[in-house]
Design a protein around this ligand. Structure first.
Ligand code: SAM
Length: 356
């Protein structure tokens, strides 16, 4: 990994990132330009597209911020059947834009884990060119290993915050150490691993944010998903504010600093940016992000996977999101990356790694 901060130890890195996270005016413009140049040098201009399929909102967890937490009575609970999921994946493959399907759901460990392995085998057999990312939460290492053997290429598991006390307050019955243990298991299994965090959780400080970026750098994740925390009705945090509500440009500065800290990680322009800004994902792609994740969840399920209010495209169909993705990327002058868009790290299979 190229090192843009060669003389800094951990505390020096935190201090340098705190300074960059505080940039305003011309200093902020310079930060965005630098992050964009680093993104171009390490990831290229082509944008890997990953279609996200929210196949179930059933969840056993009660994360205090999340719209599909177990105790929230608002969403009608659904689980797509394997045939419904296969049909949606068929639509993604036929659309010809996304090289990856991201299967995401709430967390329901147990017998359904075996059904998921069977589903992965079916998807791989029918769509061998499509990479599969799974994002369904904490599991024991042997379950991850079975999913890998069944065809899972990648796993996405945000650690949410690097502050262990804040993590424990937000996740009843779970600890940051548990979550980081899962991420280490995935890396040890050779699965392309994505971490990440929310920006502006109530109780976090800019130093927490710098610590989150440091944790991403220490893990050397293949991909890193970050997005603003958005208070969600029906959750214990519904009346809280984002910690940086008065300074929304900070969300974009976080993307830019993350790009400088982790130059060759895949960094998606996540959906939550569009929930807060009409052109949020486009802005993220111009200041360090390199991946786009259109929603591929079919109707009528979309409206019940609202992790936070203002989620875009709840009334759209998957094909609308594919068209919109192509138009947005075209307007940005960024071609769709061919192929599965695997990790850009050296040990990974060749994806769309640019020649430097
Ligand atoms: N259950 C899986 C897990 O926990 O990794 C995947 C689904 S989970 C709902 C996906 C992500 O949604 C979480 O990692 C969290 O960062 C994000 N999320 C949930 N509620 C949010 C909120 N109110 N604002 C912003 N992001 C939120």
């Amino acid at each position: 990994m190229e090192n843009f901060f060669p003389h800094c130890g951990k505390s020096g890195l935190r201090a340098e990132w705190r300074r960059l996270l505080d940039a305003r005016g011309p200093a902020q413009d310079a930060l965005f330009a630098r992050a964009d140049a680093v993104r171009r040098a390490h990831c290229g201009d082509a944008v890997p597209v990953r279609a996200i399929l929210e196949f179930s909102n059933a969840c056993a967890n009660d994360c205090l911020y999340c719209g599909i937490r177990a105790s929230n009575p608002l969403p009608a609970r659904y689980r797509m059947t394997p045939d419904e999921i296969l049909a949606a994946v068929h639509g993604i493959a036929a659309g010809g834009t996304a090289g990856t399907v991201v299967l995401q759901s709430g967390e329901t460990p147990g017998p359904a884990d075996e059904d998921l392995a069977a589903l992965l085998r079916r998807i791989k057999a029918e769509f061998p060119a499509l990479a599969i990312t799974l994002s369904v939460g904490n599991r024991p290492r042997d379950v991850y290993a079975r999913w890998r053997d069944a065809g899972m290429d990648r796993y996405l598991l945000r650690f949410e915050t690097s502050d262990p006390d804040l993590f424990a307050r937000l996740h009843p019955g779970s600890t940051l150490a548990d979550r980081l243990g899962c991420l280490r298991d995935l890396q040890a299994l050779g699965v392309q691993t994505g971490g990440g965090f929310m920006i502006g959780l109530p109780g976090e400080t800019p130093d927490t944010l710098a610590g989150n970026i440091l944790l991403c750098r220490e893990f050397d994740f293949d991909m890193i998903g970050i997005g603003p925390f958005i208070p969600c009705p029906g959750t214990p945090l519904e009346n809280e504010s984002n910690a940086y509500a008065g300074d929304p440009d900070l969300f974009f500065r976080a993307i830019a600093v993350l790009r400088l800290a982790c130059p060759d990680a895949h960094i998606p322009a996540t959906t939550a940016f569009d929930a807060l800004f009409p052109d949020g994902r486009d802005r993220a792609l111009r200041c360090g992000a390199n991946v786009f994740m259109p929603n591929a969840t079919p109707q009528p399920f979309r409206r019940d996977y609202q992790l936070y209010p203002g989620k875009p495209c709840v009334d759209e169909e998957p094909a609308d999101c594919t068209r919109c993705t192509r138009a947005r990327l075209r307007a940005l002058g960024r071609p769709v990356a061919p192929g599965p868009g695997h990790s850009l790290k050296k040990q990974a299979p060749p994806g769309n790694r640019p020649v430097l």
